[in-house]
Design a protein. Structure first.
Length: 247
């Protein structure tokens, strides 16, 4: 991928070029985790770039999130992804006990008679892939376990005995970023507006819905963006309706 970085005055008389193998737009926990795992799999982060508009993460969903993980989903794929995260986090907790804190409080799902069938079906899927979920049937059984609840209208309940709980998402984000950078990943704190960035065979997705709409719909191999570097104060872009940030 060849990226044009607009780093000069409004006349754009200087353009710096560099080759990137992969560009990750958005440096929150999903973007940084992607960079970390990709760099780890490749053995190097060279050729990978992560672009995030807010280096302080003050309004990032990661920082504002409670930071939780659960295994109680209705599809095997979601459950297995959460199980992978739990295993990964526990492993890192052993390596960095002062950094990784995990409160395995578990999630409690409650269902009335109308939702009881769905809860039981989900429980069957969850336990089929090894999730440690306890299913309680009947209001009396639920009341016996959770005496503080009014169970009059409850028919069933499911509780995550292991692997579900809360952690510090900002601390984990910082760790992913530190590790990614140490592997050679480049992190840029810039606003993304429009110019030319070619993504090779990477197809457009919902992140690029606000990219230039005038390009041919068949041009799935190209996405048009502009990298605005705020450190260059002399460059003040005049943003049109097509120049809105992609986040």
């Amino acid at each position: 991928m060849q990226a044009r970085w607009l780093t000069s005055t409004s006349n754009i008389n200087k353009i710096s070029k560099r080759q990137w193998d992969v560009a990750i737009l958005g440096g929150g926990i999903m973007g940084m985790a992607t960079a970390y795992f990709l760099a780890t799999a490749r053995g190097t982060g060279e050729g990978l770039v992560v672009v995030e508009r807010d280096s302080t993460y003050s309004k990032c969903s990661t920082s504002l999130s409670v930071g939780s993980v659960r295994h109680q989903f209705s599809t095997r794929e979601n459950i297995q992804m959460s199980q992978f995260f739990t295993d990964f986090y526990r492993e890192k907790q052993k390596e960095f006990p002062e950094r990784f804190h995990f409160n395995e409080g578990g999630y409690l799902f409650l269902a009335s008679q109308n939702g009881s069938k769905t809860l039981k079906e989900n429980h069957s899927v969850q336990t089929s892939v090894g999730a440690k979920i306890t299913l309680l049937e009947g209001s009396k059984a639920i009341k016996q376990k959770y005496g503080y609840l009014n169970t009059d209208d409850l028919s069933s309940a499911a509780f995550g005995e292991e692997g579900e709980g809360w952690f510090d998402p900002y601390s984990l984000l910082c760790w992913f970023k530190q590790q990614a950078v140490s592997l050679g990943v480049t992190c840029l704190s810039n606003h993304l507006v429009q110019d030319c960035v070619h993504f090779g065979l990477i197809h457009r997705n919902r992140c690029f819905k606000q990219a230039r709409r005038s390009r041919s719909s068949s041009a799935s191999k190209t996405t048009c963006l502009r990298l605005y570097f705020p450190n260059y104060r002399s460059y003040t872009p005049k943003m049109s309706s097509h120049d809105r940030p992609l986040w």
